[in-house]
Design a protein around this ligand. Sequence first.
Ligand code: URA
Length: 251
Amino acid sequence: MDSHIELQEELLQLISSLRRFIQFEKDTKGHCPGMFLRGDVAHHSTTFEEIHEDDEISYDTAVTLDDVRRELGDCRRCGLYQGRKNIVFGEGNHTAELVFVGEAPGQQEDIQGNPFVGRAGQLLTRIIEAMGLARKDVYICNILKCRPPGNRNPKPDEISVCEPFLIKQLEIIQPKVICALGTFAARTLLKTDVPISLLRGKFHLYQGIKLMPTYHPAYLLRNPGAKKQVWEDVQMIMKELKEGIGSRDSG
Ligand code: URA
C-alpha cells in the first residue's frame, strides 16, 4: 500500500479510537441513575429456587451451569453462609465469549442475588455498553459467591472452597476472553502476587483462555483517572473478540 494511504488510514483509526474514548468518558460519567431491580437483567440468571434440589448431580459430571448451581446448593462450605441473604452465583449468557470475574458480592448483590448491581455494577454496565455489548451478551460472576461481612477482603479458606465452582463455570462457558476485575480476581485466577497495576494492559493465559486483568469498577469510582487504562484494556478485549467473529459457534 502507498505510504500516503497507510498514513491516512492510521490517522482515521486514531481519530475513531479517540472518538470512542471520549464517548466512553461520557458514558461512564454520572453513573448512578438508580439501582437495577431484580429481574431487570433476568436473562439466564440461575436462581436456586429454579432448580430442583432432588436432582443429584455430582460436581465432576456437571455439564451445564444449572448443574453447577445445583451442586452448590444451599452452600455452607465456609462461614460466609451465616451472614448472607442470597448466594450470588452469576448471570448472563451461558455461551458468552466474554466473562467478567469480580471479587465478591457487596450489599446490593447480596440483597438482590445478582452480581454487580450496586454502584460499581452500574459502572461495569456502562463499560460493557461502551464496548458495544449488553449485559445479556456477557457472563458476570465473582470469585466468592457470598458476601463477606462489611465487604472485607476474601480469606484464603473462603477462596479455596468457592473457587472450584468458578473454575467449573469457566470450563463450561469456555469464553474467548476473561476480564478479571481487580486485584483479587486477577491474582486468584492467575495464581500470582503481582500487583494489578503490573498485570493489567496485557493478556495472560488462564487454562488456555486469554485473560485481561483490569482495575475493579469500585476502584474507578474512587480513582476516575484510571478510566484511561481501563479503556485501553477493554479496547484490547474488543479487538480480540472482533478477530474471532464468525469463528465460534453461537449456539
Ligand atoms: N464487587 C464485586 O467484586 N462483585 C460484585 O458482584 C459487586 C461488587
